[in-house]
Write a protein that binds this ligand. Structure first.
Ligand code: 5GP
Ligand code: ZN
Length: 116
């Protein structure tokens, strides 16, 4: 997708702190990290959000999760991490290209959510 910042990152058109790449996914350090470890893992192909996926996307969805443990361990969060996929307006998604946040570090990331 031409105007998508994460497509441009995956294609190397916008610089990023690359953490990992394979045939299906690209991972890079979040520009505004919320924890010492904060990596985004994205499909290389444009998928707007988790809500736009179908069964045909199962290989890439599986890959997003299967690389998470290794990325966390290699990037300062070997004792666990949190994986987050914000989806749509209610989920607080800001960038309309599916991404998995991996957040962690040496200390616990904290409560999952604050009560609304
Ligand atoms: P969302 O709120 O959509 O789940 O998260 C989007 C994330 O993308 C945010 O944490 C934000 O800091 C990160 N982000 C947005 N633009 C860029 C960028 O150009 N480069 C990098 N590395 N991260 C970005
Ligand atoms: Zn995109």
């Amino acid at each position: 997708m031409t105007d998508c910042v994460f497509c441009k990152i995956a294609q190397g058109e916008i610089p990023s702190g690359k953490a990992y790449e394979d045939d299906l996914v690209y991972a890079f350090h979040d520009i505004h990290p919320l924890r010492p470890t904060h990596i985004l893992v994205i499909p290389k192909k444009h998928i707007a959000s988790l809500a736009e996926t179908t069964a045909a996307d199962e290989p890439v969805l599986g890959r997003l999760l299967s690389v998470a443990q290794r990325l966390a361990t290699e990037n300062g969060s070997p004792e666990g991490f949190r994986a987050i996929i914000n989806t749509g307006r209610i989920g607080g998604q800001e960038v309309p290209h599916l991404h998995l946040h991996i957040v962690g570090g040496a200390t616990p990331v904290g409560p999952m959510l604050n009560k609304a």
